[in-house]
Design a protein around this ligand. Structure first.
Ligand code: ZN
Length: 231
């Protein structure tokens, strides 16, 4: 039984499909922290509908969705993801889209929810391969968090990160492997990645400004995946 950190983006949608393939019951959780790309949260319900339409088994397995208000996190962090400022490199070589401690806070809240709901596996789309240098996406950070949560909550949670060691091109390949071309289409059409929250222009890889780091990563991964699949 699993709880998936489901933001409505490409990575977390792939993680949701991954979990639906493996666990008898899957619940989802999203966090509203005042992110500029809050549009991603609005995409979640439509994505769930598309996914459950793909396989009867997935429909049976998908349970409750939860949204947790973390506006306090947005209020105390000064970043390009939560405020109206340009995306640029900041101190320590980190882009100013880094929201300090975000994934650690997400995991702590997710574990508190999983504890109440009796869910043992917590699934997140953290990835160390092309992670923009966010330190809380690192495998070591997640593993340390698992230890802290299990000691602090007297539990045996398993934090699952199926994308940790694959890049964006391989994430598209994983989506196709899990749900075929229809899952890829659902991700292209309905998942949201763009940091600026733009959904105006439709590209081959989906909607977005096409210029922010998140759009570039997604577009590049899609192009590389399609090229490698064709060869
Ligand atoms: Zn963008």
């Amino acid at each position: 039984m699993a709880l998936v950190l489901f933001s409505g983006g490409q990575d977390s949608t792939t993680c949701l499909a991954w979990a639906l393939e493996r666990f008898a019951r899957v619940e989802t959780v999203g966090f509203d922290y005042g992110q500029r790309h809050r549009v991603e949260l609005a995409q979640r319900a439509g994505l769930c509908e598309r996914l459950t339409a793909l396989k009867p088994q997935w429909e049976q397995r998908l349970g409750d969705d939860h949204v947790i208000d973390l506006s306090a996190l947005g209020a105390l962090s000064d970043t390009a993801l939560t405020g109206d400022k340009a995306i640029e490199m900041g101190a320590k070589g980190l882009p100013n889209t880094f929201v300090p401690g975000r994934n650690l806070i997400f995991l702590a809240f997710a574990a508190a929810l999983a504890y109440r709901r009796g869910l043992t596996h917590i699934v997140g789309g953290m990835c160390e391969t092309d992670f923009s240098g966010y330190p809380d996406c690192r495998d070591d950070a997640i593993k340390a968090m698992q230890v802290a949560l299990n000691i602090g909550m007297e539990s045996r949670f398993v934090l699952e990160t199926p994308l940790m060691w694959i890049d964006k091109a391989q994430s598209w390949a994983l989506a196709q492997q899990l749900g075929g071309e229809r899952l890829v289409e659902a991700i292209v059409e309905h998942s949201h990645t763009c940091y600026l929250g733009e959904r105006g222009a439709r590209h081959a890889w989906g909607f977005g400004c096409g210029a922010c780091p998140a759009c570039k990563l997604r577009a590049d991964g899609y192009a590389r995946w399609r090229a490698s699949a064709a060869s």
